[in-house]
Design a protein around this ligand. Sequence first.
Ligand SMILES: NC(=O)c1ccc[n+]([C@@H]2O[C@H](COP(=O)([O-])OP(=O)(O)OC[C@H]3O[C@@H](n4cnc5c(N)ncnc54)[C@H](OP(=O)(O)O)[C@@H]3O)[C@@H](O)[C@H]2O)c1
Length: 341
Amino acid sequence: MKAAQINHYKQTTLTLTDTPVPVVGAHDVLVKIMAASINPLDLKIMAGGIRPLLKYHMPLTLGNDFAGVITEVGAQVTAFKVGDAVYGRAPKDRIGTFAEFIAIDHTAIAFKPQNLTFTEAAAIPLVGLTSYQALHDIMQLQPGQKVFIPGGSGGIGSLAIQLAKHFGAFVTTTTSPQHFDLVRSLGADKIIDYHQQNFADVLTDYDAVLDTRGGQDLQAAFKIIKPGGHVVSIAGLPNARFGKSYGVPVWKQWLFALATRPLSRLEKQTHATYDFLFMHPSGQQLTILNELLAQGTLRPIIDRVMPLDQINDALQYSHSGHATGKIVIEVATTSADQNAH
Ligand SMILES: NC(=O)c1ccc[n+]([C@@H]2O[C@H](COP(=O)([O-])OP(=O)(O)OC[C@H]3O[C@@H](n4cnc5c(N)ncnc54)[C@H](OP(=O)(O)O)[C@@H]3O)[C@@H](O)[C@H]2O)c1
């Protein structure tokens, strides 16, 4: 099968190669991938930036989420059958959705939302699960609470705004003026042009921040957070608490603690909580999102759709940091995609 791979870290482009179709374990299904989405995580993995949390064997097929059709089921799998249309985020140690097939644990997948095409569905898993885990599982966002989600026009922002509105929150975001209409249509209540204003100069008393930026923006989040509030970062540094829950060795937890000392100080000064999130796959949570997608409460925002043989152009576009919503890679097209609505 065709697969887009790297042979070593710091390789800046993927190579399309012929590789064996993956072997299906007892709890796996084999999926013919119809579409996969680009995530900044792909670039971070290529650069070796995720090595403190995950080490991959080379050659490595990239790609973290997908939508496709089951072509084989493992001996222990009863929840799915051959022919089912499914979508999911691959478990972190067995990624590889920029390929024609993936063998994946059945607990990481859900039925594809019926009202979405494969291309649309592939835009959801990683950003949908990240948003759900941040806003629901960690922040436990309540109606009427104020949440700040910077980068509202990005892959995460465009989904997280919609989900935060579903939870009844007042949502503030940052973006460029050309995206104001988009983020307003997704439900943003207050919009800041990040080119003109620093959010920390104009916002106060926020219950929660979903930091999608890291660095200075993460530190500035503590200027707008209420006592008792929650700063959850997906782009900053993992702290010791995260390291412990993620199961990294104690010496690494120490390193994480050292690196996040400024954030720990800010937590104490502001009486707020800082958590780092590295999202996890969950077929169950995707099933929850399915209902919201079916109701139209959530919709995927797609910037562009590109074929697998243009994967490097797609990654380069993602690298620009200015995609509007998701970039989707079409791996296969069949009449099934047209019939998916
Ligand atoms: N830890 C996890 O589990 C996890 C999961 C998912 C994502 N992430 C991370 O979260 C981050 C965001 O991911 P993403 O998929 O949303 O990225 P993305 O789609 O590439 O974000 C692009 C968006 O960012 C906006 N942007 C650029 N500079 C900005 C600034 N200074 N202030 C506000 N917005 C700005 C752009 O808007 P303009 O076009 O207007 O500039 C664009 O719409 C990445 O670092 C990613 O790796 C982590």
